[in-house]
Design a protein around this ligand. Sequence first.
Ligand SMILES: [Zn+2]
Length: 252
Amino acid sequence: MSSVLVYHTISAPAEPLPGDIDISPEAFARQVDWLARWRSVAPLVQTLYSTRRRQVAITFDDGFRDNLTVALPLLEEYSLPATVFVTVGFIGNEGYLTRDELLELSQSSLITIGAHGFWHRHFNLLSSDEARQELIEARTMLEEITGKKVDLMAWPYGECDQRLESLAAEAGYHASWSVWKGNNAAHCRWRVPLGRRDNMARFILKASGVYEMTEARLHRRRDRRGTHASGVPAVPTPPVCSNTLLARSRMD
Ligand SMILES: [Zn+2]
């Protein structure tokens, strides 16, 4: 079975970012080196069709500038492909890719650009009309900037359910990814989140399927309990955003 890894920012801020979303360039370099040696790193879309053992895909969420300046040179060193899911509303903000940088990143033969919502909202709290609009506008804008087709998507906060899956398909997306939420179907595929807490031992375990069997299951069980205990769906923690960096309760 293949593992899809999700990174956010490859940087080392003095204070950890909320949600364990930062990972230092040194740690990332060690992980990339390990992946190049011990795993088959495939373009994300290939994981939809192939269940080769030891197959891994690399993804980044949100569209941080360091994906271009720090991650890409390392990926190039090893010729490893990756997909960057960009939140359109963050483009040009401090710490995030500008339009020109996004274009430059998209021109790398190793990089696929995907969408990550327009405003990084909790899609499960949007009406179908609002969700549809976000999905279509994000895609259209990214296609305009990159001049390439954009038909892969990652849900902000990993929020997805059957209604949203149908909307994503209707909006022309080929496939969509969550983190641990949803059912691992075509528009709600699971990924493995990585961050500052993941030392090399933890990274190897997580990249080898352990996250799927342990932490992800725990999250899903807690989520179900949250739903059943109150009789209403568990409401996610609202997003806390600053001008520069996105904050959240968990890396979802
Ligand atoms: Zn995100």
